[in-house]
Design a protein around this ligand. Structure first.
Ligand code: 1CP
Length: 363
């Protein structure tokens, strides 16, 4: 492992470990992205996956929001995509402008087309290089988050061949081929474990798993098809790190739309932080998780289109709700949006969001 400069802002890591902090650490999902003119300028000259695969470019883009919002932002997240795992398993993925798979998995027989074993150092070593490079370039200003997609969300892309409104193809697999589906989900989960462990070895200081399509499943099917693989990941990462004598890092699960599962996730998923979307009141979430985990979230990203007053009101409300709790580790909160930031937002309104979090979350 490389030697890295000492961390100067550990708010995120303290909150993730359940500590109540002097103010809420804040970052934004998809903070390096199309709403930033400096991102669009660089992206104009380079393909999406070209950036992901070129450590210099991935580092540069990861640092863009850190430079722009220096002193206001408390975490960086490595620039990459959840779809690098299907690529590592042997699938072709294009970005035009959303993700598309020319050759998706139509039936269980197509699983034979995937690589039998995935050597993450060989297939995803470019992410590890980008992480080490970024961690050095950050000079300890803020911690660096590594991430991957959750098996169910990746499975859905691999079968649908892109985004979907109905998830008909992926769900056909679940209900027509449940055993084959579970086997594929587990294969993806094993790659997730190796990939996340590699990211920690490369320098990631917290890991987030994105189950963006969790809310498409019924509570029963989430338990059956997603939860077991999410647990497999948290357990596998902890076991592998401990076997290799490496200290564990906090893990966050963002299971969008799965607020019905919060109780279960807090009790037995093995994650330190649960990300919330905006469809649950923070005070209700606090009560459900009862101090067992820290929470992250959850302003509706669209409030950022509403102007300064709307942003200030929403942040004030969110801070009051997250901090009202009297349950266990009530103050362990990482401020964020309830999903990724969208392309049309004014970067100066994002600055205002950060400033409001600093002001209203101070205890
Ligand atoms: O052309 C472009 O520049 C594409 C825009 C873009 C960007 C900036 C995509 C395509 N991915 C990303 C980066 C990205 N994706 C990050 C970078 C780090 C950061 O947060 O700053 C991260 C964490 C992701 C994760 C990701 N990719 C998720 C999970 C989070 C979420 O938003 O739910 C998902 C679902 C994807 C798939 C994906 N990649 C890109 C798009 C437009 C999508 C979603 C498409 C869809 O709705 O199906």
């Amino acid at each position: 492992m490389s030697e890295f400069p000492p961390l100067r802002n550990d708010l995120l890591l303290r909150a993730a470990r359940g500590e109540r902090t002097e103010r809420a650490p804040v970052w934004i999902m998809r903070q390096a992205g199309r709403y930033l003119p400096e991102f669009r300028a660089l992206r104009a000259d380079h393909g999406f996956f070209e950036i992901c695969r070129t450590p210099e470019l991935a580092t540069e883009i990861t640092l863009q929001p850190i430079r722009r919002y220096s002193g206001l932002i408390d975490a960086s997240i490595i620039f990459s995509d959840i779809l690098v795992i299907p690529q590592a398993m042997g699938m072709e993925v294009l970005m035009n402008p959303g993700p598309s798979f020319p050759d998706p998995l139509n039936t269980p027989a197509d699983v034979a087309k995937l690589h039998q074993k995935v050597d993450v150092d060989k297939e995803l070593g470019y992410v590890f290089k980008a992480i080490t490079r970024t961690r050095l370039a950050l000079k300890g200003e803020v911690p660096l988050i590594g991430f991957c997609g959750a098996p169910w969300t990746l499975f859905a892309y691999m079968i649908e061949g892109g985004g979907s409104k109905t998830f008909t193809k992926a769900k056909t697999w679940l209900f027509k081929y449940p055993e084959e589906s579970k086997a594929l989900l587990l294969r993806v989960a094993d790659v997730c474990v190796d990939f996340l462990v590699g990211q920690v070895k490369a320098g990631a200081q917290l890991l987030q798993v994105f189950d963006s399509w969790a809310g498409e499943l019924s509570p029963h099917d989430f338990t059956l098809f997603s939860l077991s693989t999410l647990k497999h990941i948290s357990k596998g990462v902890h076991e592998q790190l401990s076997k290799q004598g490496i200290s564990p890092v906090p893990m966050t699960l963002f299971a969008k739309g799965a607020n019905y599962a919060l109780d279960n996730l807090a009790k037995e998923s093995g994650y330190d932080v649960l990300g919330l979307d905006w469809c649950i009141e923070p005070s209700v979430a606090r009560k459900i998780v009862d101090g067992k985990v820290a929470l992250q979230g959850n302003m509706d990203p669209n409030v950022l289109y509403g102007g300064r007053d709307a942003i200030e009101d929403a942040v004030k409300q969110m801070c009051a709700e997250f901090q009202r709790g009297t349950y266990g580790q009530a103050g362990a909160w990482i401020a964020n949006l309830g999903h990724g930031i969208t392309p049309g937002v004014d970067p100066e309104d994002v600055r205002w969001f950060f400033e409001c979090i600093h002001k209203y979350s101070a205890t």
